[in-house]
Each structure stands twice: as C-alpha cells, then as structure tokens.
Write a protein that binds this ligand. Structure first.
Ligand SMILES: NC(=O)c1ccc[n+]([C@@H]2O[C@H](COP(=O)([O-])OP(=O)(O)OC[C@H]3O[C@@H](n4cnc5c(N)ncnc54)[C@H](OP(=O)(O)O)[C@@H]3O)[C@@H](O)[C@H]2O)c1
Length: 305
C-alpha cells in the first residue's frame, strides 16, 4: 500500500488528510512528537528538528506532506514568535535533509505555507504570481518557511508550497466552531469595522485540492489553496449567524477584540487584519470546488447532522 507521510499529521488538517487518503487506499503515516493513544493510523515519533530513524518512513513513500508548526492563534509575544518560526523551519529542514538522503525518495513533498505571505491590500489580486511584499511578521514567517523548503536539490521529488487560506471544518480545532459558538450567544457581529478581507476554504475542498495536486498534473511551486470567493469579515460573520439561526450579532469593536485577546492569550491581528489570495492555479487547472461560496460551506459545516 502506498504511504503518505504526514508530518504534524495529528492536527486539524493532518487528521482530515489522513482520513481522506486512508479511504482511498493509501496508508497514512503520522510523524508526531507525542503519539496519541487510540489513533487508528500508524504514528512514528520524531523530534521535528533532526533526521532520525523516522526518515525510513520516507523511503519509497508516495508523498510527504509537512504540516508541522506551532499554532499562530496564540498571542505573538516575542518569545512565541520565535516558536512560531522555529517550529516551521526546523521540521521543514529536517524533511528536506531526509528526502535528499533517500534511495527511493517520495514522489511529492507538499509543504504547508500560508496566504499571509501576501500583504492583501484592497483592490489587488493575490494569485501565485503576486509579489511577496508583505511586511508583517506572518509574511516573513511564510517567506522563510518556503525558502527552507526550496533550499534542497531534489531531482526526483516534486515540491509544492500549499499557501493555505483559513480552513473551515467541523472539528473543534477549526476557528469556525468557536465563532459559531459566539454567534449562538448573540456575539457574532463583525470584528472591528468588518471590512477586512478573508479568504477561506471548506476542509473538504482543502483535502480534495491536495489530492488533485498529487494526482492530476505536474505541479510544483506555490499553490493558493483557497476558495475563489474572498469575503469581508462582516460577510463572514453574517454567514455564520445565518447558519446558526441568530439574526442579531453584537459587533466587537477593535479595542474590545484587542483587550479580549490579551486576556485570553490570543492573537488579535488574525481577526482584525486582511488575509486574501486567489487560487488561480487550481482554477486554471480545472479543480472543481465543492464549496466555492461561503454560505453553503458554512451551512454544511454547522449543520447538526
Ligand atoms: N488550519 C488552517 O486554517 C491553516 C491555514 C493556513 C496554514 N495552515 C498551516 O498548516 C499547518 C497545519 O495546520 P493545522 O490547522 O493542522 O495545525 P495544528 O492542528 O496546530 O497541527 C499542527 C501540528 O504541528 C505539530 N507541531 C507543533 N509544533 C511543532 C514543533 N515545534 N515541531 C514539530 N511539530 C510541531 C503538532 O504535532 P505533534 O504535537 O503531534 O508533534 C501539531 O499537531 C500549520 O503549519 C498551519 O500553520 C493552517
């Protein structure tokens, strides 16, 4: 059975990918620092930093998908910024070295990245050819992350950088679920002025896009993994309110979000700043989005069946 190695695969996206590829007859193999009891998939311990016995899992594998990275939703203190960066660079470098040492390297190396690599100024279209002139912390993290993945000469492995938008899912690990909970309490109004732009993707489209990339064409380089529809935060919150059946949503002023985030050790900028990208490569390759529009996507994910 062909193996798909998922580094950091016990998180939100790794679990969704593992379930999808197992159902298609692949064997998911998870690289984790702390194996989970009761996980039905094969787990191999690694330290996320150095090449070790785990690297044998890459020999002859169909692909390696690297998702490892500390959550960006916790408050970006100086110390935590370092953790966000190193938890992405070190696993990426370790995978690059391990792939380079393989006798039979994986055909694919897909490395997570983020749409925060684009600055997202209003009125501009951020497809994969857009200049990477974002100046904030996350833009810099994404650039360094992608450079780390690109630093190896690999003749037999295709490298793809998954510039991923906000992934919406049923899992409690998806940001959609706490926002829906707030909306049910009547607190699902726009964040700040509600005009900040948001790109998003339904988790089902995320896993199908990854599958599509690894099976349909000779992909390499960056791919924006986002739905074609960018919305404002106001529209996003409205779709959530509609899905949970709550007409009213108390708006959250920017200062309130900053204060609340500080108290809860969350990063306010993720809610208050724009993050957008257009999936030109997927669209031009004919990828069929199951959920190209936000309302049906949110309704599907928040339905109770
Ligand atoms: N979810 C989204 O909406 C979204 C959007 C854009 C980009 N992304 C990127 O896609 C990747 C996967 O996202 P996700 O939502 O699945 O994240 P997640 O649920 O937080 O999972 C990430 C995994 O990374 C591993 N990890 C954390 N710190 C690490 C370290 N220092 N060294 C090695 N591994 C470490 C953890 O695995 P173990 O504890 O098992 O080792 C964790 O399960 C992340 O890099 C994220 O930045 C996600």
């Amino acid at each position: 059975m062909a193996q798909i190695v998922l580094a950091g695969g016990n998180g939100f996206l790794g679990k969704a990918l593992a379930a999808h590829f197992a159902a298609k007859g692949y064997e998911p193999v998870i690289l984790t620092r702390k194996p989970e009891a009761g996980n039905i998939f094969k787990q191999i311990v690694w330290d996320g930093a150095t090449v070790g016995p785990w690297a044998k899992a890459l020999e002859g594998a169909f692909s390696v998908i690297n998702l490892a990275g500390a959550s960006v939703s916790k408050r970006h203190t100086r110390a935590y910024r370092q953790q966000i960066l190193s938890s992405r660079l070190l696993p990426t470098q370790a995978i690059g070295k391990a792939v380079a040492q393989c006798d039979h390297p994986p055909r694919w190396w897909l490395n997570a990245s983020g749409i925060n690599i684009y600055p997202c100024a209003a009125g501009r279209m951020y497809d994969e050819a857009a200049p990477l002139d974002g100046t904030d912390f996350l833009a810099d993290v994404c650039r360094q992350w992608e450079e780390a993945a690109g630093a190896f000469t690999l003749q037999h492995t295709r490298r793809v950088l998954l510039r991923t938008a906000l992934v919406l899912g049923r899992s409690n690990q998806s940001v959609l679920q706490p926002l829906a909970q707030l909306a049910r309490l009547g607190l699902g109004g726009p964040a700040g002025d509600g005009l900040q732009l948001m790109s998003w993707i339904h988790v089902m489209d995320y896993v199908h896009a990854v599958d599509f990339i690894m099976h349909d064409t000779d992909w390499q380089g960056p791919v924006n993994v986002a739905s074609p529809q960018t919305v404002t935060n106001g529209q996003f919150m409205q779709a959530i309110r509609q899905a949970v059946g709550c007409r009213f949503g108390l708006p959250a002023p920017a200062w309130g979000i900053r204060l609340g985030s500080l108290l809860m050790n969350r990063e306010a900028s993720l809610l208050l700043h724009s993050a957008c990208a257009y999936p030109r490569r997927l669209v031009e390759a004919g990828f069929a989005f199951r959920f190209p529009k936000l309302e049906p996507a949110v309704a599907d994910l928040l339905s109770r069946d």
